[in-house]
Design a binder for this molecule. Sequence first.
Ligand code: SPD
Length: 282
Amino acid sequence: MEPSNWLEETYDDDVRLGFRVREILVDKQSKFQRVQIVDTYAMGKVLALDGLFMTSEKDEFFYHEMIVHPAMTTLANPQKVLVIGGGDGGTIREICRYPQVQSVTMVEIDGDVIDACKTHLPSLGADAWNDPRLDLRVADGIAYVAEAPEATFDLIILDGSDPVGPAEGLFGTTFYENVKRVLKPDGVFVLQSESPTLMPKLFTEVQTTLRQIFEQVTPYFGPVPLYGGSIWSWTIAGDEHTPLNIRPERVELIQPTAKLYTPELHRSALTTPGYVKALLGT
Ligand code: SPD
């Protein structure tokens, strides 16, 4: 890390976000990327990969509840789940709250991210790291979906970084086509799809590409305080799934631990703001 007491992220030389540093806990170059965990005054411990903010102790639930619960509360029978990325553990923690899940395969390319987060951000993965349903693989998610048998998973979640470095291929047509092949016909794919305010071009490209592959593609929106742009997006894509059919018995399961998710928030998050409709031409 630079000899500075700020942890900073920049976008296209035009935007700079920053948090004042209390202590640097990890700063190493892994085989794939620069891995930093930094204790900050405003957000607690922050994970950054190649200088991009991934998650923080203080706001992680804004992201992890949103990437998991809209799919998990609406899928008919979510038994087999695949998570690509998600090395901090927050996504598997939320998935493991559902007893109907029989297996969670997590494919994270960078073992150094997992090790650093288990040590310094243990509340993220919490008990999920030791859940007997977890099949944790340190491997390339792109190769994994290219080789996995077809119609295997009910839910695939891409909890990836922004499209630079090892995450770049996770934003392309070939990867999405393989995801569709590996999904069961009534399964769904959920991914973080960037900010429609800060990265409108990238957000739109992701939607356009997904629509060429899946019958139903629904972006949904919410804030993530750590990220820029004020509004973040996730997208749920499938051929036979409606993300609005919320199952009350699933909501009951997660309500005791949820800090953000409610059925009302789920419905409002799925409402596309006017300026985003204009971006998408819908
Ligand atoms: N701009 C940051 C996008 C990062 C998305 N992934 C975060 C990983 C949290 N589990």
